[in-house]
Design a protein around this ligand. Structure first.
Ligand code: BTN
Length: 260
């Protein structure tokens, strides 16, 4: 198996690092190309949302070309777990950091980062763009409009008592850890990823609510969302909940909106 060596290309302001890397990939950019930008004026989040990207945050996209024909969602789970490990590494004191299904990173209960993974056609196989956004030194005023969302928003600086962080070191650490785990995933398969992800998950055994699960059955029976005890993820990467009668059910889509 060939080792992927990251090659970082820095930009000032771009529309979206995912969109830019997609263009570069179509022009022949190599596996391991990483596009990083100081700001994005059309940063994209999951579910068609905007990813607000002012100065102070870390915004980058990583290209995987030799990704075998496995699910893009696996890489989003991997990137989410690596993001949690990276954020934890930089917290000067022990902080509550981990993943919220499927790939958000929470710091002290608030969202600090997210992942947007996109597959693109690449000859016979699919290439993958893994986009990561982390609020690092982002001023609180920039995050205020997002405080009303489930779990709100924070930055590493805000969660760590005002300390300022070097974005390059955080990017380097993320890539180092990602490329330590990636070959193990390729060799060992999903079980490796499931174990890693569940170790970084903050909600195992907790009662959670899931909205927008995308099935008409749920929207009819559970107007306020589906509730259950979070057991973990299954071999598809879907969230597994157990209801009050102990029945297990997996959900491929949805958004965790609260936990108690
Ligand atoms: C989410 O939580 O909704 C995912 C956010 C992903 C944002 C990152 S920032 C770098 C990359 N470029 C984008 O346009 N989006 C991703």
């Amino acid at each position: 198996m060939s080792v992927v060596v990251p090659h970082i290309i820095k930009f000032d302001s771009v529309d979206s690092t995912n969109s830019l890397l997609k263009e570069l990939a179509q022009k022949g950019a190599n596996e391991g190309t990483v596009v990083v930008a100081t700001t994005q004026h059309a940063g994209r989040g999951r579910g068609g949302r905007i990813w607000h990207s002012p100065e102070g945050g870390l915004y980058f996209s990583l290209l995987l070309k030799s990704y075998p024909n496995r699910r893009p969602t696996d890489m989003a789970l991997l990137a989410g777990a690596v993001m949690a490990q990276t954020v934890k590494h930089f917290c000067p004191q022990p902080c509550l950091v981990g993943v919220k299904w499927p790939n958000d990173c929470l710091l002290e209960g608030k969202k600090v980062g997210g992942v947007l993974c996109e597959a693109i056609d690449h000859g016979d196989s699919a290439a993958l763009i893994i986009g990561v956004g982390i609020n690092i030194n982002t001023p609180l005023s920039e995050l205020e409009p997002f405080m009303g969302r489930p779990f709100g928003a924070t930055s590493l600086r805000e969660g760590c008592g005002g300390k300022c962080f070097e974005l390059e070191s955080i990017l380097e650490r993320f890539l180092k850890v990602f490329f330590e785990h990636y070959p193990k995933y390729l060799e060992e398969g999903f079980l490796f990823l499931q174990t890693l992800w569940e170790r970084e998950c903050l909600f195992i055994g907790k009662n959670v609510e899931l909205r927008n699960t995308g099935t008409t059955e749920e929207s009819k029976d559970n107007v306020g969302g589906v509730r259950g005890t979070f057991l973990g993820i299954d071999e598809q990467g879907a969230i597994v909940l157990s209801d009050s009668c102990g029945n297990r059910r997996s959900y491929v889509t949805g958004e965790m909106t609260c936990c108690w």
